[in-house]
Design a protein around this ligand. Sequence first.
Ligand SMILES: [Zn+2]
Length: 313
Amino acid sequence: MEYIRKQRWATYSSAKCKEYLRNDFAHECAYCKLQEKEVGIVGLNFFEIDHFKPQVLKLSDSHKYHNLYYCCKKCNKEKSDIWDTSLLDPCTDDIFSGNTPAIAGGKEKDNYKYIAQNDRGTFYINTFKLNSRTQIYFRRAREAHENNLRVINSLIDEILLKVQDNIELRDFAKSVFQLVELIRKKPQELDMLPKNEMFEKAEEYLNDKGIENILVYEEYNMDIKMKANGNTYYCELVLDNSIEEKAEYRKNIDIEKLTTWFEKLNCNFGILFYYPKIQRMYFYPVSDEIKLSETSGTNKLKQIKISAKHLIS
Ligand SMILES: [Zn+2]
């Protein structure tokens, strides 16, 4: 298989859905592997959410996360409403990699053409027009880019070895190391990807309050890792666009989600409730305030109250 997806609670209409998909599909099109960075600064708009089993089938779980795939505009258009059970699934089948890939080639020696290894490979190539002129152009550019980076890196290593061996060149070495740093930074800079606005704002809010945090997009909707009360917590970020300023908010948490968190997570965890319109963020440390035993019973939801004591100020 090409991608291993995390377990997440999101649907087609969830605000975080696309960001979760971006991460699970390594910032590239699930079908043709076009990378966000290859389409430049407008990257995000060129990528869409595809229903793997198309909506025309009117399946009840059509909009659920497991049926949603991150893909480029082009592949989404080519695939459209096409559906056949023989269509290779990047989340379960070996398409370009693995022990028995259905498709080989795509390199310079094959004129960048993909070569199907079986009928399903042929169907996949035809569905997404993977041997079209555009696709071949992308593959050629990708290989050239990777080769260039490899050449630059080996040249740097060569220069460094020469400098290390020669004592007279030691002063010069300092400048070379600076140069190396700059050259190393260049591809990183090229790899920089646009961030989801909601996550970026939340990150800024926490930074402004002096709270150490990092976006992690871990399993089970654990979006942000942060320091609070002297501990490290993994948190889900929940967005609330209301503008009502209340002393206390009531929120419902899905029991299935809560149970999974308690059973699967070996860390402190909580929820960050973010109100961007009124610039407030609350931190509810679930693992401190709720006991697993409280989550049993027949209720589907657990109600919690968030108040001033949870406000991150
Ligand atoms: Zn694509």
